[in-house]
Design a binder for this molecule. Structure first.
Ligand SMILES: Cc1cc2nc3c(=O)[nH]c(=O)nc-3n(C[C@H](O)[C@H](O)[C@H](O)COP(=O)(O)OP(=O)(O)OC[C@H]3O[C@@H](n4cnc5c(N)ncnc54)[C@H](O)[C@@H]3O)c2cc1C
Length: 420
């Protein structure tokens, strides 16, 4: 029997996690597993504010992480997905042996065929449609962006102004990290609503106290309407000085999905069922920031590791179950807490309901900072040891390859597996 070809796009928190779990669930004799990623390292995206503030992160080469797992690694950029033909287009620099005469900058394009696709390309920064943002603002949603900001911050002199726009988790983490590392700078945070207005009263009090202690100016109910090289202008015409503007108003998915026939939400995310399978194309699974899945309380899952990682496990288990004729996973994703770093010495753990609403209880202070650090380390450890900590339950594949046309979604079609 020809091996069932599974391709995972993106080796971030969710893609790498899913690839490792699939390797643990399925037999290499039956399945070929390929993990495609643009960068050769796993990027700890939840630490990009630390990288921007000047801290050095531990390198995590994907080749080391996946050595001996049976997952074939492909360092290449995904440029397109044809979900009807079941192909992915990737480009990668020519190697010396492939194109001896080619200049270093040229790239080779290749089409990869799959039987099952796991789409986990994550997201980038949002808001580039606001005038001046694309030209003048910095982002920390990617490593390249965080490194650019790091260089810019290093060049700033004492007293110069840094304005972080966006009062969500990423903005709060960025402002506190920069202010703690560079007490000589004048750091400000602009939030569209009230500071931490989704948190419990105890958490908000703590947040205000920490920001105050770090000397961060907070502009609440402030909508930034335009960004220039040395200032921003708010919706009511106020000018705020900013030698550096850091834009953290949310994440936006990559445009690749928009160019496919996959069913999308208005956010550009691919719509999936509760096994993370595309509603329009049952041989495509989508996880992480790229997926529009309905979570607890009927709300879309938040773009986060907190929900993305368990959803990735769910997808891997569902793929393995459908291929081997096993039982589909029943567990649904739920939230427990929101873990926020406030520099290296302070933190905030806000406990939440299953559907992500703050309850009264919150942990604060040094203990919360240690807790958050352990959560980040645990997430990276889980990715760096993709096949450890999970019992091996490899069952033979019994799936037939469904035809190439899109199929209606719903329970696994009878033709997909021959019952074991
Ligand atoms: C500063 C910061 C702090 C955060 N803090 C938290 C937090 O405390 N808790 C939390 O739950 N979430 C947090 N998040 C959000 C979290 O990082 C994301 O939700 C999470 O990384 C999404 O996982 P993912 O696998 O979907 O995407 P990613 O982790 O972004 O992985 C996507 C992968 O796809 C690769 N890729 C992208 N495009 C291509 C392409 N065209 N070709 C090939 N490869 C490609 C990338 O290189 C990357 O490896 C934070 C985010 C930021 C930026």
């Amino acid at each position: 029997m020809q091996k069932h070809r599974i391709i995972v796009l993106g080796a971030g928190y969710t893609g790498a996690g899913a690839a490792g779990r699939l390797a643990r669930r399925l037999r290499g004799d039956d399945v070929s597993l390929t993990l495609v990623n643009a960068e050769p390292d796993f990027v700890e995206r939840v630490r990009m504010h630390q990288l921007a503030a000047g801290q050095d992160l531990r390198p995590r080469p994907l080749t080391e992480m996946f050595a001996g797992t049976g997952v074939a690694l492909r360092i290449a950029r995904v440029t397109g997905v044809d979900a009807d033909r079941r192909t992915v287009t990737v480009t990668a620099p020519h190697t010396a042996t492939e194109a001896p005469a080619a200049p270093a900058a040229t790239e080779a394009t290749e089409e990869l065929e799959y039987d099952t696709l796991v789409y986990a390309l994550g997201s980038g920064w949002n808001g580039q449609d606001v005038p001046g943002v694309a030209e003048h603002a910095h982002e920390i949603a990617s490593r390249a962006g965080a490194l650019r900001l790091r260089e810019r911050l290093a060049a700033l002199g004492a007293g110069e102004q840094v304005l972080v726009v966006g009062g969500g988790l990423t903005g709060v983490e960025a402002a506190t990290e920069i202010a703690e590392t560079r007490p000589d700078l004048s750091v400000a945070l602009a939030a569209r609503g009230g500071l931490g207005d989704w948190l419990s009263p105890k958490a908000v009090r703590h947040l205000r106290a920490v920001l105050d202690g770090l000397g961060i100016t907070v502009y609440e109910e402030t909508d930034v309407a335009a960004v220039a090289a040395d200032h921003v202008t708010t919706a009511d015409g106020t000018v705020l000085p900013a030698a550096v503007t850091v834009w953290t108003t949310g994440f936006a998915v990559h445009p690749i999905a928009r160019a496919t026939t996959l069913e999308l939400a208005d956010t550009g995310q691919i719509v999936v069922d509760d096994t993370m399978r595309s509603l329009s194309h049952p041989d495509v699974y989508v996880i992480g920031d790229a997926a529009r899945a309905t979570g607890p309380g009927g709300k879309p899952l938040r773009m986060s590791c907190a929900s993305g990682v368990p959803a990735a496990w769910q997808a891997a288990d569902a793929i393995a179950a459908r291929l081997t004729g096993g039982k589909l996973p029943k567990a649904s994703v739920r939230y427990f807490n929101q873990c926020v770093s406030l520099g290296r010495r302070e933190g905030l753990i806000q406990y939440v309901t299953a559907d992500d609403r703050a309850v009264r209880a919150a942990l604060t202070g040094r203990f919360a900072a240690v807790y958050k650090e352990l959560v980040c380390k645990g997430a990276a450890w889980g990715v760096a040891h993709p096949t450890l900590g999970l019992p091996t339950r490899r069952r033979p594949v019994v799936a037939h390859r469904p035809p190439r046309s899109a199929q209606p979604s719903g329970p696994a079609p009878a033709t997909e597996t021959s019952a074991a």
